[in-house]
Design a protein around this ligand. Structure first.
Ligand SMILES: Cc1cc2nc3c(=O)[nH]c(=O)nc-3n(C[C@H](O)[C@H](O)[C@H](O)COP(=O)(O)O)c2cc1C
Length: 281
C-alpha cells in the first residue's frame, strides 16, 4: 500500500497508517541511490568515530611507550643495557639537564623532565632558522636536553647528547655518548628513522655501531679541529677519526656524517664539550 498523502484527506473508509522515517527508509529499495549514499556515509561516520576514540584513548599509552623507548636508547648508548633490566630504574642513574647550546650552560628556565626538544625546535620563540643547514633540519632549538652519567664518587662518567639530521629518506634521531674527556666517543645509536632496511637502516647494525666506540671527535694535536668523519676513506687526521661508510648506503652515511659534524661543531655541542674537557661539569 502506498503511504497516505499528508495534504489530502484519506479516502472514506481507508485506515490511515503513518510510517516513521526509519520504516520508510528501510522500505526504500536497496538499489536506491540516496539510500546507498546514506548507508555509506553512516558507515564512514561510525568507522571514523571508532578510529578517533581508539586514537584518543591510546595516546597516553603511545606517549608512555615513546618515553620508555627513549630511555631504553639512552641506557643502551651509555652501555648500561642488559636483557631483563628494569629500564625505568636504570634510567634514574642519568641526570637530565636543559642546555643552552650557545653558551654550553645548563638553564633552570625549563624542567628537564618535561622539556620537549622536538617541540622546542618547532617553536619560533625557542628556535632559529638555519641558513647554512648541513644536517637538513630547517630550524635549530636554542635549548636541548642532555643527560649526564656520573661515577659513584660524583665525577663525570659520560655525557649523552641528542643528535638528529636528514639521511636519504628520513630524519634520523639518536644519541651520542661521549666520555668524560669530552672527546672520546663511547657510542652512537639512532632510535628513530625510516631508512631502507638492509641499506640505510644498517645504521642500527651492532657491527656498524661498534665502529664508533673509542673514536675521537677532535684532533688531540693541540689544535682541536673537528675531525670525526663518516666516509669510505679515512680523513687526513687518520683512522682514530674515521667511521667506515655503510656499503650500498652512501647517502644515509653522508647524512650521518653531516649531522654528527654539525652537532659536534661550535653551532652544536662544542661550547658544552669545551666545558666538559675543562672538567667544569
Ligand atoms: C629502493 C631503494 C632504497 C634505497 N635506500 C637507500 C637508503 O636507505 N640509504 C642509502 O644511502 N641509499 C639507499 N639506496 C641506494 C641509493 O640510491 C644509492 O645507490 C646508494 O646510496 C649508493 O651507495 P653506494 O655508493 O655505497 O653503492 C636505495 C636505493 C633503492 C633503489
Amino acid at each position: 500500500m502506498n503511504p497516505p498523502d499528508r495534504d489530502l484527506p484519506a479516502p472514506e473508509g481507508e485506515v490511515v497508517t503513518s510510517k516513521g522515517f526509519l520504516r520508510r527508509f528501510l522500505d526504500t529499495p536497496a538499489d536506491n541511490t540516496a539510500k546507498t549514499m546514506v548507508v555509506a556515509l553512516g558507515l564512514c561516520f561510525v568507522a571514523s568515530m571508532i578510529v578517533s576514540a581508539a586514537a584518543v584513548s591510546l595516546r597516553p599509552l603511545q606517549e608512555q611507550n615513546a618515553a620508555l623507548d627513549k630511555q631504553v636508547n639512552i641506557v643502551q648508548v651509555a652501555g648500561l643495557y642488559e636483557d631483563g633490566i628494569d629500564v625505568a630504574e636504570t634510567f634514574e642513574a642519568f641526570e637530565p639537564h636543559v642546555l643552552e647550546l650557545a653558551t654550553g650552560e645548563f638553564t633552570d628556565q625549563f624542567d628537564p623532565y618535561q622539556f620537549d626538544d622536538r617541540a622546542a625546535a618547532d617553536d619560533v620563540t625557542l628556535s632559529a632558522p638555519l641558513d647554512d643547514d648541513p644536517a637538513n633540519i630547517g630550524r635549530q632549538a636554542n635549548y636541548v636536553t642532555v643527560y649526564l652519567l656520573r661515577n659513584e664518587d660524583g665525577s663525570l662518567d659520560k655525557v649523552i647528547l641528542p643528535v638528529y639530521g636528514y639521511g636519504l629518506w628520513s630524519t634520523l634521531y639518536g644519541f651520542i655518548a661521549v666520555e668524560e674527556d669530552g672527546n672520546t666517543i663511547y657510542g652512537l645509536q639512532f632510535y628513530e628513522h625510516a631508512e631502507t632496511p638492509g641499506l640505510g637502516a644498517e645504521v642500527d647494525n651492532p657491527r656498524w655501531k661498534a665502529l664508533w666506540n673509542d673514536k675521537l671527535l677532535r684532533t688531540d694535536d693541540g689544535k682541536g679541529e673537528l675531525a670525526i668523519t663518516v666516509a669510505k676513506t679515512a680523513p687526513p687526521a687518520g683512522e682514530d677519526y674515521h667511521i667506515d661508510a655503510l656499503s650500498g648506503a652512501t647517502l644515509t652515511s653522508r647524512g650521518v656524517d653531516n649531522l654528527i659534524r654539525f652537532w659536534m661543531s661550535e653551532r652544536g655541542f662544542e661550547p658544552f664539550l669545551e666545558r666538559v674537557r675543562a672538567g667544569e661539569i
